[in-house]
Design a protein around this ligand. Structure first.
Ligand code: HEM
Length: 128
């Protein structure tokens, strides 16, 4: 029988929608992150992040049919992402993950990925 994906295990699209909506509610008020978003309306950016995460965790491939190969580091190249931006992003994501009712194992797996991905997205070198 087909194995259950992480996407299904954590509750499918509603869970990812909640995660990303909570995250963007934080971004909307963040003095570091908000100015980085080119569009007035954060809704389309939220849709892109949600669809990407759903696809990454074994859900529908809607992200790639709309946007092509993720190439996330390349897509973030226009934005200056240093430690401050990374940590602000992770701060809002941590709060969003904590508002989901996931098992400790699922929560840890999700967080581990998000944290590693955020470190990977840093694209400026800074003095310590
Ligand atoms: C797009 C910032 C990390 C996934 C964007 C955009 C900004 C941004 C400003 C453009 C908004 C848009 O038009 O979509 C940041 C910052 C990060 C970060 C400051 C700090 C480390 C991440 C991580 C992921 C991610 C870790 C994935 C786990 C995405 C996706 C898009 C996006 C999927 C849309 C790409 C597209 O299809 O055009 N990000 N991001 N970002 N980000 Fe991030």
């Amino acid at each position: 029988q087909p194995s259950t994906t992480f996407f299904e295990l954590v509750g499918g699209e509603p869970t990812f929608r909640k995660l990303v909506d909570e995250f963007y509610a934080g971004v909307a008020t963040d003095p570091v992150l908000r100015p980085m978003y080119p569009e007035e309306d954060l809704g389309p950016a939220a849709d892109r992040l949600r669809l990407f995460l759903m696809q990454y965790w074994g859900g529908p491939n809607t992200y790639s049919s709309q946007r092509g190969h993720p190439r996330l580091r390349m897509r973030h190249a226009p934005f200056r992402i240093g430690a401050v931006e990374r940590d602000a992003w992770l701060h809002h994501m941590r709060r969003a993950v904590d508002r989901l009712d996931l098992s400790p194992e699922a929560s840890a797996a999700l967080w581990d990925y998000l944290e590693r991905a955020a470190y990977f997205m840093v694209n400026v070198m800074e003095d310590p």
